[in-house]
Design a protein around this ligand. Structure first.
Ligand code: KIV
Length: 292
């Protein structure tokens, strides 16, 4: 967006204090980043959901650090005025702190992210603290954490009972204590997400976490139905159907090629008359005649 002041982590906290919602959306490549920036998104998340919506895996687990660096770099080229957060993918922050910091360095220096997102709560408090102490903005991610889907036993709503509510609150507070600049709450009951949002001084960003969060995030492909077989989700509101537009556009293109309606005269480049004469002389008349 021309002349836009990029949001940074100080401004995000101020926006929470002022009650101004933060709008975050995922992006995975140059055009999606450019369009999301032009549309005014505050934060772009290069989510490891790229495994599902771009790379065709059935979970985020196969996504590698290499995939994340590659996609983050193309997002950063497309959105130079927007705060970009990159996901630390599966098992890239469970080894030593040195190894974790090496992985974070790649997302920042090679991917050109401005911050990283990390899944987990109390169990990763020390890791988050070490990344923050290295000077890197970190946003936590609790509730439904897709990298642990096999442990959680599926994509289930979190925070339905009191024990779970307490656990989520403790996780959120651990992340705040460790210096995270925000917390993503995924598939968390509205009551629990609202309580966490009120208890923390850092912004919460919800996805399927109701109306009480300080901001919202959705997956680009969900907002726009950018898929061949889009499946409705209760927590998503769709704003376009570009899957249908793409299918229609490409079938019309294929039909036009088959019927020779494309390319038409206006799509072709014409040579000088002299070129036609030369070709006629060299190769015989009729070679340059265009079929209509
Ligand atoms: O990977 C992702 O897109 C995410 C969002 C769903 C928050 O983590």
């Amino acid at each position: 967006m021309a002349g836009k002041q990029p949001v940074n982590i100080v401004k995000m906290k101020k926006m929470k204090q002022e009650g101004t919602p933060l709008a975050m959306i995922t992006a995975y490549d140059y055009p999606s980043a450019q369009l999301a920036e032009e549309a005014g998104a505050d934060i772009l998340l290069v989510g490891d959901s790229l495994g599902n919506v771009v790379l065709g895996y059935d979970s985020t687990i196969p996504v590698t650090l290499e995939d994340m660096v590659y996609h983050t770099r193309s997002v950063a080229r497309g959105a130079q005025q927007t705060f970009i957060v990159a996901d630390l993918p599966f098992m890239t922050y469970h080894g030593s702190i040195d190894e974790t910091l090496r992985n974070v360095r790649r997302l920042m220096q090679e991917g050109h992210a401005h911050g990283v997102k990390i899944e987990g709560g109390t169990e990763i408090e020390a890791t988050v603290r070490a990344i923050v102490q290295a000077g890197v903005p970190v946003i936590g991610h609790i509730g439904l954490t897709p990298q642990s889907v096999n442990q959680i036993g599926g994509y289930r709503v979190q925070g339905k009972d009191a024990a779970d509510a307490r656990r989520l609150m403790e996780d959120a507070k651990a992340l705040e204590r460790a210096g995270a600049f925000g917390v993503v709450l995924e598939l968390v009951t509205e009551e629990v997400a609202t309580a966490i949002s009120r208890e923390l001084s850092i912004p919460t960003i919800g996805i399927g976490a109701g109306r009480g969060c300080d901001g919202q995030v959705l997956v680009f492909h969900d907002v726009l139905k950018y898929s061949a077989n889009y499946r409705d989700k209760r927590f998503v509101k769709t704003y376009a159907d570009i899957g249908a537009d793409i299918r229609r556009g490409i079938s019309e293109y294929v039909a036009d090629v088959k019927s020779r309606a494309f390319p038409a005269e206006e799509h072709a480049f014409r040579a000088d008359q002299g070129v036609t004469d030369t070709l006629d002389t060299l190769y015989g008349k009729g070679k340059v005649e265009v079929r209509s």
